[in-house]
Design a protein around this ligand. Structure first.
Ligand code: ZN
Length: 315
């Protein structure tokens, strides 16, 4: 009865990536331009592998297909979530994602992509593009077609510890000098709106997807303040960031010992600081900053000991 699944991430080189995933987490990254760590993923474009126990070496998508009891027999043709860590050394392109129904129809049955970001770290005065200022679809189309990016895009200041909920249809971009933990629907569908007119070594610009982007963008946008709240359980601080249709996301700051009693079939857990031990009915997992694990439906409770910060999510 497997209770804890430790997962081995998949890394992605990106033109905007750097070396922070190695410098900050000690990951063995493939190059000096590594942008993404797909930490807990069953997406075919980057499937995590189990690192412990009887399922060692198996991919997460295989477990979902063949051992649904680990996930409480929840329904669904694919593992619903994807956890990433992103190192934006330079600006990412400005983009927008479709919702489920649009993606299903136009992207070969892919899921839509609602996502959210926890800012692990960023440079001083770091920014993010989050939403836009167009009041009507006509205004949006006009501003995009005339390249009026300064007036269109909403820029905001960010700092470590901030959290942003990014529903599908929201124009957004991470900007240079940010390290982010992203929880998202398991999807790889992105429509690029603006790429700062950058060219690669061959003088080529990356493809834009303007007509799809204009179709799926929410106008006027609905981005707002994220109303998170915190609660204390003995010495553990629990921050609830979002409890929405596709996922709930929390931060657990454990400074001594914390007992979790199961309230949902399974949890995705990413250790972003510190180290400790996770114990679940006789199974023990040593966890350090940069480790990612799932608690399965077999674990009725778990105890976390140590000094450790974990971003926790579930569908
Ligand atoms: Zn995105």
């Amino acid at each position: 009865m497997v209770k804890l699944l430790k997962l081995k991430p998949v890394f992605k080189e990106r033109i905007w990536g750097g070396t922070t995933l190695r410098d900050s987490f000690g990951y063995d990254i493939p190059s000096e331009q590594t942008g993404e760590c797909w930490a807990i993923s069953a997406h075919p474009n980057g499937n995590s592998t189990v690192e412990n126990g009887p399922f060692e070496g198996k991919e997460l998508s295989w477990l979902w297909d063949h051992h649904r009891e680990l996930f409480g027999h929840v329904t669904g043709d694919r593992f619903p979530l994807l956890t990433k860590i992103l190192d934006a050394k330079t600006d990412l392109s400005v983009q927008v994602h479709p919702n489920d129904s649009y993606a299903k129809e136009n992207e070969n049955g892919e899921l839509g992509k609602t996502e959210c970001w926890y800012i692990i770290d960023c440079k001083e005065d770091a920014e993010m593009i989050f939403g836009h200022h167009a009041r009507t679809k006509e205004e949006l189309v006009k501003m995009i077609n005339s390249g009026n990016w300064n007036d269109l895009l909403r820029r905001i200041r960010i700092k470590p510890g901030d959290f942003f909920y990014v529903p599908s249809g929201t124009i957004h971009a991470l900007c240079e000098g940010t390290l982010v933990l992203e929880t998202q629907q398991s999807s790889d569908t992105t429509y690029r709106v603006y790429d700062y007119d950058r060219v690669d070594q061959n003088g080529e610009k990356r493809e834009l997807h303007l007509s799809k982007a204009m179709e799926v963008t929410t106008v006027p946008d609905e981005v707002g303040q994220n109303n998170h709240h915190t609660s204390k359980h003995d010495s553990t601080i629990i921050t609830t960031y979002v409890e929405e249709e596709f996922f709930s996301v929390y931060k657990w700051e454990v400074s001594d010992s914390f007992t979790y009693k199961k309230t949902t079939p399974f949890l995705l857990c990413s250790v972003i600081e510190g180290q400790g031990q996770v114990k679940a009915d006789g199974e023990t997992l040593q966890v350090n900053k940069g480790d990612h694990f799932i608690t399965t439906a077999n674990a009725d409770s778990m105890i976390i000991e140590g000094s450790v910060e974990i971003i926790v999510s579930h569908p």
